[in-house]
Design a protein around this ligand. Structure first.
Ligand SMILES: *[C@@H]1O[C@H](CO)[C@@H](O)[C@H](O)[C@H]1NC(C)=O
Ligand SMILES: *[C@@H]1O[C@H](CO)[C@@H](O)[C@H](O)[C@H]1NC(C)=O
Ligand SMILES: *[C@@H]1O[C@H](CO)[C@@H](O)[C@H](O)[C@H]1NC(C)=O
Ligand SMILES: *[C@@H]1O[C@H](CO)[C@@H](O)[C@H](O)[C@H]1NC(C)=O
Length: 391
């Protein structure tokens, strides 16, 4: 071997050794510590005073390094009715669905029926999660074909976009066995269903929220951003990714259609009616409409722990607002999120206007056929006379 060749091989071997050493070194550092050295955290600081109630915990505010479980650790349903309430007169005077809610309010976590621990494997930039129910297969199908499509890259050197649907069990007993088999089959085809063993009812939507946050803490601890939405909305993923392009995962990012000083509804015939005994204050903390919002992964993990300090509240998006309040984080309103409807006038031309949908991030509310049609229009050779600038 010539001297030149020998030197060449020697330097190649050295370079390889350096590479291996650096990689091993980086891997042994906790990912957050490694990140913090290169990217200083920005954005408003969290108020830990409320969150960490015990003074001994307050010395080290390092919320991202949790010693939580490595797998879903709830394997049995052991939820007995809270009989302490039954004799109380205020309880007896409540409507049946409030009595049911209060009777099982203390049961916080249930076993998983369908799980995808691998979902955040590799480099995932954005996790899209959609609240769905077992019977709404057509909505899931339409979302998979439109805004829920998975992408290998979010562009600009960013990681993948992955999608999951969040489900409980069929709310009608007679539907259960049949739909459960169909769902298992659907999941084998698409591998995108998370299902927990609790009844999928309106008042159990908060359970879905806290189950997802716990799941994220275990299985996606490093995902930079999460979009969470309903299965009857229009989402413009291009605009979401554009919006995220100059955000940092360390920010306390929680953005959506934010309501300030919303009052609890006291009219009994309203879907969102709340009796005084359940919530006595005149207004809710600021919260983002559950139809669709974006949050930073780190904040989502801290939310999981914050929510665990609160009693479950039956309205899921209000409950998340309460958890944010515990952390001292304000949700940010953005005009591109229209989760409470576009225009008060249902017949408004805006509700059908593809140029409008193209400029938005989330719009409520579309049925599967409408979603597919609107998606087609938005992605056709559309000429929009006036560019609506919302980003
Ligand atoms: C369920 O809870 C009851 C009382 O709360 C307890 O006696 C029982 O052992 C529990 N069962 C399981 C399987 O954990
Ligand atoms: C019911 O009351 C007993 C005694 O006060 C208490 O130990 C128990 O935790 C209560 N049950 C629930 C579900 O709150
Ligand atoms: C929520 O789900 C649990 C478990 O299936 C059930 O026992 C409870 O009644 C449900 N609560 C409501 C309010 O539907
Ligand atoms: C849009 O227009 C371009 C050129 O005018 C054409 O090549 C393309 O096929 C059109 N796309 C659609 C979806 O109509």
């Amino acid at each position: 071997m010539s001297l030149w060749k020998r030197n060449f091989y020697r330097s190649m071997a050295l370079a390889l050794a350096v590479l291996v050493t650096v990689t091993v070194f980086q891997r042994t550092l906790p990912p957050d510590q490694f990140l913090q050295e290169t990217l200083p955290p920005s954005g408003p600081q969290v108020n830990f005073k409320n969150f960490w109630k015990s003074p001994s915990d307050m010395v080290a505010p390092s919320p991202v390094t949790s010693q939580g479980p490595q797998v879903w650790d709830v394997t049995t349903t052991n939820c007995s009715a809270n009989v302490n309430l039954t004799h109380l007169s205020w309880f007896q005077s409540l409507e049946p669905h409030f009595r049911q809610f209060l009777t099982y309010r203390h049961c916080r976590y249930f076993p998983m029926l369908l799980n995808h621990p691998e979902k955040c494997g590799g480099d995932v930039y954005l996790l899209v999660v959609v609240k769905s129910v077992i019977t709404q297969h057509d909505r899931r199908e339409a979302i998979r074909q439109t805004w829920g499509r998975e992408w290998e890259s979010a562009g600009r050197g960013r990681g993948a976009v992955r999608t999951l649907f969040l489900l409980g069990t069929a709310s009608k007993q007679e539907e259960r066995a049949h739909y459960q088999q169909l769902l298992a089959y659907e999941d084998r085809l698409y591998s995108d269903i998370l299902q927990w063993d609790f009844l999928d009812s309106f008042f159990n939507l908060t359970l879905k929220e806290i189950h997802f946050l716990k799941w994220l803490d275990i299985y996606c601890p490093n995902v930079p951003f999460v979009f969470k939405g309903d299965d009857d909305v229009f989402v413009n993923p291009t605009n979401l990714l554009e919006f995220l392009a100059d955000r940092q995962p360390q920010e306390n990012l929680f953005v959506g259609d934010v309501l300030q000083h919303a009052r609890p509804i006291r009219k009994k015939d309203n879907k969102y009616y709340i009796p005084i005994v359940l919530y006595a204050k005149p207004s809710y903390p600021p919260y983002a409409g559950g139809g669709g919002f974006l949050m930073a992964g780190g904040l989502a993990r801290r939310l999981h722990h914050a929510c665990d300090t609160l009693e479950i509240y039956p309205i899921d998006d209000v409950f998340l607002g309460m958890c944010l309040e515990v952390l001292g984080v304000q949700p940010t309103g953005h005009s591109g999120f229209k989760t409470f409807g576009i225009s008060r006038n249902r017949a408004s031309r805006m509700n059908k206007e593809p140029c409008f949908f193209r400029s938005m991030l989330v719009v409520h509310k579309l049925l599967p056929a409408e979603l597919l049609a609107m998606w087609g229009l938005v992605h056709s050779n559309l000429t929009c006379s006036r560019k609506l600038q919302v980003l």
